[in-house]
Design a protein around this ligand. Structure first.
Ligand code: FES
Length: 327
């Protein structure tokens, strides 16, 4: 049976257990969120070899430093592990907070670091409690990191942001990471951006980045919500549609509603994409939102000719049901 050596403890790993499960079972407080290798809040360090699967989504620098994801690491031998130092964390000043709808707030943060719109950043409430969010703003346009945070009934981070965080506060954030962002090499390719819920956040950032870079290909953005009043940034997106002829905005409501305002459709995203985008061979596709939506729309895009390498995905599940990444 493999053992973990962690902060003066020697912890036996039960069969089939990940490093994270062993630590939590023993009552050790370590940051975690999704348990699925998506959010990167559970990064730990080991000088010993760890299974490749636990490191494959990390950057070369992180790998060089011995970092691995505790939730994806099923040890094959004894491991010495420790927490990463907190140098990767930095202070961010809250410069604004505004409601986007009844359940989503936009938090604007002033930070001293580089980022790309669409990347993730971890927002730390305290040393062991953080949640990753997608960046909805383009540095060249805004100069501020903007996050769309949905309030969850039992959300320790989202309720804190809604109820306690205020303008002028200093918060701790991680280093922006991930590859979900606009690629300037494809500035004349059609772009298809599809999201549900706060999956709109990184897509809104990517859209602004593309427009900022004079993207000349057609851009279709589908933003879905269960009900009309859960859609947000509708006016901003309509204005962009009126300003940029290559941009088309499609608000979509996915539950039954008798009356829809002009311009909103009622359907499921996969059916809409299947029927309206029958030729996707040259299209670059960005999908963000629930795992089920992403799976359905990815399949549709693939059947309509999209190359797998042209389908970028960023899935999230509800944070507060013991889960993952919050766009
Ligand atoms: S990546 Fe391990 S808890 Fe999210």
């Amino acid at each position: 049976m493999a053992k973990l050596r962690f902060e003066d403890q020697c912890l036996p790993v039960q069969p089939g257990e990940s490093v994270l499960q062993t630590l939590l079972r023993s009552g050790t407080q370590v940051p975690h969120s999704c348990h699925r290798g998506l959010c990167h809040t559970c990064v730990l360090i080991s000088p010993d070899p760890v299974p490749e699967h636990a490191r494959e989504s990390l950057t070369p620098l992180q790998r060089q430093q011995g970092a691995f994801l505790a939730c994806c690491c099923y040890p094959e031998g004894d491991l010495r592990i420790h927490r990463p130092d907190t140098n990767g964390r930095q202070q961010a000043r809250v410069t604004g907070k505004r409601l986007l709808n009844n359940n989503v707030v936009e938090l604007s943060l002033e930070v001293r670091c580089r980022w790309r719109a669409g990347q993730n950043i971890i927002l730390w409430r305290h040393k062991n409690l953080g949640r990753p969010y997608s960046i909805a703003s383009d540095p060249a346009r805004d100069g501020l990191i903007k996050l769309h945070i949905k309030r969850h009934a039992f959300g320790e981070v989202s309720r804190w942001v809604f109820d306690q965080v205020k303008q002028g506060d200093f918060l701790e954030v991680g280093t922006p990471e991930g590859h979900f962002y606009y690629d300037t090499d494809y500035s004349d390719a059609p772009l298809l951006l599809v999201g549900n819920g706060t999956g709109l956040a990184p897509l809104f950032g990517i859209l602004q980045d593309a427009l900022q870079n004079n993207h000349s290909g057609r851009i279709d953005l589908y933003a879905a919500a269960a009900k009309s009043d859960e859609l947000y940034l509708v006016e901003e997106l309509r204005k962009l549609r009126a300003t940029y002829p290559q941009f088309r905005y499609h608000p979509v409501v996915t539950s039954g509603e008798a009356l829809l305002e002009e311009g909103k459709q009622q359907d499921d995203l996969a059916s809409l994409i299947r029927d309206r985008h029958r030729e996707l061979r040259q299209t670059l596709i960005y999908l963000c939102g629930s795992a089920s939506m992403i799976e359905a729309v990815s399949k549709t895009c693939f059947f309509n000719g999209a190359k797998r390498s042209h389908i970028m995905t960023d899935a999230f599940v509800s944070q507060e049901s013991a889960s993952s990444h919050s766009p």
